[in-house]
Design a protein around this ligand. Structure first.
Ligand code: BGC
Length: 758
């Protein structure tokens, strides 16, 4: 009897799950200790190498190195029989350690979803989760087990081409998206057949490269880092992301790959990250150019000392780590520790017991990329939720299906440009263009006419740039006037013109920075000519970054931001054009009026001289040749219906451990069913440091029928009021807070409460 009681007490004190976890972690430690004791230094270094086939590294060489235990993971191979073959060879290596099989699954896999800036514009947690989950399902079902995603770099400079890959300018929205990606891709249990290990990137601040120029330096106060830019990486790590990829850029004078403070003090010690730290492609050898390493061997030393575990596509680890150990420059412990991070992750993924997870079908290429393996319905739904309605004068949209429509523009029928950057496993021929989507949606396809209208640009250099590695953009050799005349002819015969303009997908990519964000002259001429026809003019933008569109905004009747929407883009655009889906997207990044305003973002600090309205604003913070405000603010997006939002606070005082409930009543005052995203912003009015004029702290969607009312609730908790104060402590300071609830970041719908000191 006594024994039983003791046993019960024992289990009460040690819950079964933690008992099992401890047992598991002891097993794991014993397994890895044993493995490490059997591994040669070459094999240990092998675990720290991520390699892709290409250049000098032929497939045969890679396979031989795998079998020799010199490679721990491969990436950029997506075909199942090849992956399977590689894993077979790994199991023939001295200690039979299975490989990571990695790929950039950024916004979809075989089915391509909208670029992430578009996915973020859904402001819809379910849609974001769906995109991530389908991507992971597809990638894992082809045998992949790790990805270099999500990219959560905060981006406030649209000159940078990689803004297309991220979730925009805001820490909260980006954190939410990153967290949801991790949960839906990696899942809770790493041995799950559908778990795709995530790698949050690019740690850190890559989105803040100076002047938006790719790979440039970043420099930022620690307060701004911890308050804003580091927040989303932390959120993704807290959500469980087991790997981190390091930025190619420098952070406050020290390249991230060489930055001990960032990779060890912050990531390991402050945040307790115990996963795998991966350097970006070629980053280790680049340390020589950065000027922090004298030669390749020195670069290896610097990277390992800073806290890099795994090197992506650098040949130097294998060559120099053993030498550096022999010379006593690197220690066995340092290499064992890095190797342990890798082995622990492989253990948790169940790779040692199930190395061939999802690799048993040996699908041939045609079957692998077959149309019937796509998730078109999910992609179409996320894509239409990503579209943002920016203008709709005289309700020119939605269109009627019996109208004569002229579909015009260089992007109207371009399959390649539907997919956007980082869509390596997507198949261009499976994408639906806007022209195809519109033709399918209307009852009588004869109502739809088409003209190319203009090249994307007159600049031959741009085409050379776009086609440097692949033929992705085609230049039409016909005279510009001929193409415009053809477009005008179609426009004249139609009831309405829909023009697809913007960027080629290659213009918004890694290494695609721009200084001029306006539409190229060729497209401007086309729009002007279409406008001159007097026909209602809708422009649907396809682009991977905010553009400067002041002129077009004046010219056109309606404007839709459609990003690069992915495989089902054309159908999603048709859904919105014809009102089968009432647009609900909201911008995740402000659209500047001009490049000169950059960076323009809503959550800036106030100044001592806020913009004044008298004497032309002189001696207040302003430009004399431009407004301060962007053309389209963060959080902005229209609908085919209208909403009102009113709200109340449960109290105007909050104790230190209390909370305030915000109840917003939303009414659809228009005549169409639609979704509104209600946004909650807070402002700490007075603190020991200047605080932003507004910060997003919550958002919720509500779908309402015409004249229907509904409620949305938010709970303000003390945690949401915390910030890095004058002493760099993360605290909430008592005092007055403003609350704003509305439909975008310009809302002035303000109330206040006081945080008490008790
Ligand atoms: C990019 C990373 C990417 C890696 C592997 C690099 O050029 O910066 O984001 O994951 O390549 O493809």
């Amino acid at each position: 009897m006594m024994k039983k009681i003791i046993l019960v007490l024992f289990f009460l004190a040690f819950p079964i799950s933690s008992f099992a976890e401890n047992a598991n972690s002891e097993d794991k430690k014993a397994f890895i200790d044993d493995l490490l004791s059997k591994m040669t230094i070459t094999e240990k270094v092998g675990q720290l190498r991520l390699v892709s086939v290409g250049g000098n590294l032929t497939l045969d060489k890679v396979l031989d190195q795998i079998e020799a235990g010199e490679i721990g993971g491969i990436f950029n191979t997506v075909v199942e029989p090849d992956l399977s073959n590689m894993q077979d060879r790994a199991l023939k290596s001295p200690n039979k350690i299975p490989l990571f099989l990695g790929f950039d699954v950024i916004h979809g896999h075989r089915t391509v979803f909208p670029i992430n800036l578009g996915i973020a514009s859904t402001w819809d947690r379910n849609a974001i989760g769906k995109a991530a989950q389908v991507s992971a399902d597809e990638a894992t079902s082809d045998g992949l087990n790790i990805t270099w995603s999500p990219m959560v770099d905060i981006t406030r400079d649209p000159r940078w081409g990689r803004v297309s890959e991220g979730f925009g300018e805001d820490p909260y929205l980006t954190s939410e998206a990153g967290r949801i990606f991790v949960k839906n891709m990696q899942k809770q249990i790493l041995t799950d057949n559908k778990s795709l290990v995530t790698t949050v990137k690019h740690f850190a601040l890559y989105g803040a490269v100076e002047a938006g120029r790719e790979y440039n330096s970043t420099d930022m106060s620690e307060r701004k880092m911890f308050q804003e830019y580091l927040v989303p990486y932390k959120a993704a790590i807290d959500a469980g992301s087991r790997a981190v990829m390091v930025s190619l850029a420098s952070v406050n004078g020290i390249p991230a790959t060489a930055n001990h403070w960032l990779l060890t003090d912050v990531l390991r010690h402050q945040w307790h990250f115990d996963g795998v730290v991966i350097s970006d492609h070629g980053a280790i050898r680049e340390l020589i150019n950065h000027g922090v390493a004298s030669d390749p061997k020195d670069a290896v030393r610097v990277a390992i000392k800073a806290g890099i575990d795994v090197s992506m596509n650098d040949e130097y680890f294998l060559k120099y780590i053993p030498e550096l150990i022999n010379e006593g420059v690197l220690t066995d412990d340092e290499i064992n520790q890095a190797c342990r991070h890798v082995l622990e992750l492989k253990y948790d993924m169940g790779l040692f017991t199930n190395p061939h997870r999802n690799l048993d079908r040996q699908l041939d290429i045609d079957t692998m990329f077959a149309n019937n393996r796509l998730h078109r319905e999910e992609a179409r739904d996320v894509a239409r939720r990503s579209i943002v309605l920016l203008k709709n004068k005289n309700k020119v949209l939605p269109l009627a299906k019996n109208q004569k429509i002229a579909v015009i523009g260089p992007l109207a029928d371009s399959k390649r440009d539907m997919l956007g950057s980082w869509s390596g496993a997507g198949r261009v021929n499976l994408a639906v263009t806007p022209l195809e989507g519109i033709q399918k949606a209307v009852k009588n396809p004869n109502l739809v006419s088409y003209a190319f209208g203009a090249n994307l640009s007159d600049d031959q250099q741009l085409y050379k740039f776009l086609n440097l590695y692949d033929m992705t953009a085609k230049y039409d050799e016909r005279p510009a006037d001929t193409m415009i005349a053809e477009a005008v002819k179609q426009a004249n015969k139609a009831d309405v013109v829909v023009a697809f303009v913007g960027e080629a997908e290659g213009m918004a990519h890694e290494s695609s920075s721009r200084t001029d964000l306006s539409l190229p002259a060729s497209q401007k001429r086309l729009i002007k000519a279409l406008k001159a026809t007097g026909k209602p003019l809708v422009i649907a933008l396809m682009n991977g970054r905010p553009l400067t569109l002041t002129e077009e905004f004046e010219q056109v009747d309606a404007m839709l931001e459609t990003w690069f929407l992915g495989t089902e883009g054309g159908n999603a655009i048709a859904d919105v054009l014809f009102g089968d889906y009432n647009p609900s997207g909201k911008l995740a990044m402000s659209f500047p009026m001009s490049v000169g305003q950059i960076p323009v973002y809503y959550s800036h600090l106030n100044t001592g001289r806020p913009k004044g309205t008298v004497n032309m604003g002189k001696y207040t913070t302003s430009y004399f040749d431009s407004p301060n405000e962007p053309l389209f603010p963060f959080g902005f997006g229209l609908s085919y219906t209208n909403f009102t939002i009113n709200y109340s606070l449960s109290s105007n005082e909050m104790t230190k451990n209390g909370e305030i409930v915000v109840t917003a009543t939303v009414e659809n005052i228009g005549d169409k069913q639609g979704t509104q995203t209600v946004q909650l912003y807070l402002q700490d009015v007075t603190a020991t440091v200047s605080r932003p004029v507004k910060e997003l702290m919550g958002f919720e969607n509500i779908n309402l029928k015409p004249h229907e009312k509904g409620e949305v609730k938010f709970v303000i908790k003390p945690e949401m009021l915390k910030f890095w104060n004058d002493k760099m402590q993360y605290v909430a300071e008592p005092g007055k807070f403003n609350v704003f609830v509305g439909s975008d970041s310009t809302t002035q719908n303000k109330q206040s409460f006081t945080l008490l000191d008790k």
